[in-house]
Design a protein around this ligand. Structure first.
Ligand code: AMP
Ligand code: GLY
Length: 420
């Protein structure tokens, strides 16, 4: 079949790489893709948010299945537009992607479905928000822009003044535009974080492997939040009992509540969880794979992902079983200096062939492009060096050995990716 992957990050490279190996695929396209994806798929210069352009391309090329990577086109209704034109697509409709597109919607869903989450309130008025904060006597407190803010909409405020500033930034200064017209304020939760993924077909959910990502830019979890500087899978803390509990108390209730609201969720439901002393608590839902979590997941996946994605689309996930390497996978992200604020663009990266010589290592590209023979860094997160090993120590050694082969003085990475 003719398949299109939408997106241009490391996640989409991992998805394209896994899908390209499927015997079901005759031709694989990616819009817009990057220099690494171009080795797995035919890249077409259509932006991930150009809904009309993507629909038009699918009709013209007879695309039979579309896999959407990033959240923005999902929330903007790409899947709805494709399905209206008879093009099957993997991912939620805009109505279902609201679990990610609106934090207030997600929190209401939690309350309705009895999903454990931090106590919260939503506000449009800054004075009311500040009165709520003033009544709280436990700090830190968490202030979140309601809408999509590219990972920058969450402030962990360590005192009331920090929290007031975050409220004003969103509601008064409108630093997040539309996405910050409303905010959610919630209690701070302490614990270890876990990214939990399930394939969903509207009714059923199939748990995928779990992962942990490393959000802070610096070693030892220091510095500002990023999209993710690395990932590991599996997560040592996720026992079968805990997985069962997350499915029963978080994923299945969410699916049931979405169905009741006539927003059946199809695609990947990603629960960002905090493993607190009182049990798992939901931090956020996302409507897609994580990035760089997809890189470690695809590395561990033995089965062909395409039949599972088709089954999720067709509502027959019951029949699917996926096999995973029991090995550990570990991804180290290389980012351009200046990331996450102002990444320097345009530098040349060398040595990738050398670095990728180990067959247990795969280098997923994010923001890269070709200029003649040269590989150019073209954004914040640029490469995701991902390795498999019998255990974390082995995966880690392999990944960092490959990182050390890469000649890119304008890049940086965290040296401490691995289990705690
Ligand atoms: P979110 O986009 O809601 O997942 O928030 C981004 C990050 O902020 C999360 O991955 C956590 O590291 C942190 N975070 C969000 N909400 C909370 C909370 N209630 N307590 C502690 N940390 C949080
Ligand atoms: N790595 C976090 C995310 O994809 O949202």
């Amino acid at each position: 079949m003719r398949v299109l992957v939408v997106g241009s990050g490391g996640r989409e490279h991992a998805l394209a790489w896994a899908i390209a190996a499927s015997p079901l695929v005759d031709r694989l396209y990616c819009a817009p893709g990057n220099a690494g994806i171009a080795e797995e798929a035919e890249c077409v210069p259509i932006g991930a948010s150009d809904i009309a352009g993507l629909v038009d391309f699918c009709r013209r090329e007879g695309i039979e299945f579309v896999v959407v990577g990033p959240e923005a086109p999902l929330v903007a209704g790409l899947v709805d537009a494709l399905e209206t034109e008879g093009v099957p697509a993997f991912g939620p409709t805009a109505a279902a992607a609201a679990v990610e597109g609106s934090k207030g919607f997600a929190k209401e869903l939690c309350d309705r479905a009895g999903i454990p989450t931090a106590p919260w309130r939503r506000f449009r008025d800054s004075a009311a928000a500040k009165r709520y904060i003033a009544r709280k006597n436990r700090m830190p407190i968490v202030v979140k822009a309601d809408g999509l803010a590219a990972g920058k909409g969450v402030t962990i405020a360590h005192d009331r003044n920090d929290a007031f500033r975050a409220v004003d930034a969103a509601l008064v200064e409108q630093s997040f535009g539309e996405a910050g017209r409303e905010i959610v304020i919630e209690d701070f939760l302490a614990g270890e974080e876990l990214s939990f993924f399930a394939l969903c077909d509207g009714t059923d959910a199939l748990p995928l492997a779990a992962a942990r990502d490393f959000k802070r830019v610096g070693d030892g979890d220091t510095g500002p939040n990023t999209g993710g500087m690395g990932a590991i899978s599996p997560v040592p803390a996720l026992t079968p009992v805990l997985e069962g509990r997350i499915m029963d108390r978080v994923m299945m209730p969410a699916l049931a509540a979405m169905r009741v609201q006539s927003r059946p969720f199809k695609g990947v439901l990603y629960a960002g969880l905090m493993l607190t002393e009182e049990g798992p608590r939901l931090l956020e839902f996302n409507a897609r794979f994580g990035d760089p979590e997809a890189q470690v997941l695809m590395m561990r996946l033995i089965s062909d992902p395409l039949p599972a994605m088709l089954a999720a689309h067709d509502g027959v996930l019951r029949r699917v079983d996926l096999r995973w390497h029991t090995d550990a996978a570990l991804c180290v992200v290389l980012a351009a200096k200046g990331y996450p604020d102002e990444p320097e663009r345009g530098s040349t990266i060398r040595g990738l062939d050398r670095a990728a010589a180990d067959r247990q290592v795969k280098i997923f590209h994010a923001a890269t492009r070709r200029h003649g023979e040269e590989l150019i860094a073209d954004g914040g997160r640029v490469l995701g060096v991902t390795a498999l090993g019998r255990d974390y120590a082995e995966a880690r050694t392999r990944a960092y050995a490959a990182v050390n082969q890469i000649d890119w003085p304008q890049g940086f990475y965290r040296c401490d990716i691995g289990p705690r």
